[in-house]
Design a protein around this ligand. Structure first.
Ligand SMILES: Nc1ncnc2c1ncn2[C@@H]1O[C@H](COP(=O)(O)OP(=O)(O)OP(=O)(O)O)[C@@H](O)[C@H]1O
Length: 260
């Protein structure tokens, strides 16, 4: 069995919104979450809106500082005290749902993808842009399109650019937070296929958050179901069948999937 790449233990994150003079309102977004993800695995995180999926993903990449618990990448702690270890940034890349906001509209597609190479690898601009074109080619984008601004691309094309950009620094772990949810079904399938191909080529470990459990069943090796900030079910994707799962909540999610 492959090594444990990501290990979370006892993660807790509470948000406090102050409503002075009323007492502050507390939301425990993740509540004592522990899990292990092995190198090369693709793990899905399901659960209804507000169940803590994005907060958990945020804790895996420094966007959300946990109040308690530990996260390790290949044995190295991601946080020392409350500080995220910057040198681990490169190994963990996040692809957001909305590529409109994550790409720089003032740069061309190729420049957007070259940016992390300039920043992290301190490559010469010309080398970085030529490497960016190779990466874009790998995600199915080539020709004059790569000299255009991201705002002139379709949602699916833009998400391919975000994936190429994330891959530029050669991460070990790719976090995908509802990264295909905004796309129409046929484009979703193309992006998921691309991610599957990349996983095979690069031995990439992927964590995919989706409110759509049927996408996770198709795409992932293993699925985690969250409810009220806790993991309530963890099973092989193949076992995501109403008669096999142990939690009534998971059964509800599965039964809510429309069937043709
Ligand atoms: N910055 C914040 N301040 C206060 N509360 C927050 C903040 N971010 C998230 N929350 C709350 O924490 C809980 C978990 O939110 P989170 O976004 O992690 O859930 P989610 O499962 O990803 O939801 P969705 O599928 O709608 O994105 C929710 O109750 C949410 O309102």
């Amino acid at each position: 069995m492959s090594e444990v790449l990501l290990q979370a233990e006892g993660l807790v994150k509470e948000y406090r919104s102050s409503r002075w003079p009323a007492p502050a309102l507390r939301t425990r977004a993740i509540d004592d979450v522990s899990l292990e993800i092995r190198a090369g695995e693709t793990v899905g995180i399901a659960g209804e809106s507000g169940s803590g999926k994005s907060t958990l993903i945020g804790a895996f990449c420094g966007l959300v500082r946990p109040d308690a618990g530990t996260v390790r990448l290949a044995g190295l702690p991601l946080y020392r005290g409350r500080r995220f270890q910057r040198e681990l940034w490169r190994s963990i890349q996040l692809v957001f749902q909305d590529p409109y906001t994550s790409l720089n509209p003032a740069m061309t597609v190729a420049q957007n993808v070259a940016e992390p190479l300039l920043l992290w690898h301190r490559e010469d601009r010309r080398d970085a842009e030529s490497r960016a074109r190779e990466l874009l080619d790998q995600v199915g984008l080539s020709g004059p399109l790569v000299e255009r601004r991201p705002t002139t691309l379709s949602g699916g094309q833009r998400q391919r650019v975000s994936i190429a950009r994330a891959l530029a620094v050669d991460p070990r772990l790719l976090l995908l937070d509802e990264s295909v949810s905004a796309l129409d079904v046929s484009i979703q399938a193309q992006i998921l296929q691309l991610l599957m191909d990349l996983r095979a080529e690069r031995e990439l470990t992927q964590v995919l958050v989706s409110h759509d459990i049927s996408v996770l069943k198709l795409f992932c090796d293993r699925v985690i179901v969250m409810q009220h900030g806790r993991i309530v079910e963890e099973c092989a994707a193949a076992d995501l069948e109403p008669e096999l799962v142990s939690e009534p909540y998971t059964r509800q999610l599965l039964e809510a999937v429309p069937r043709l």
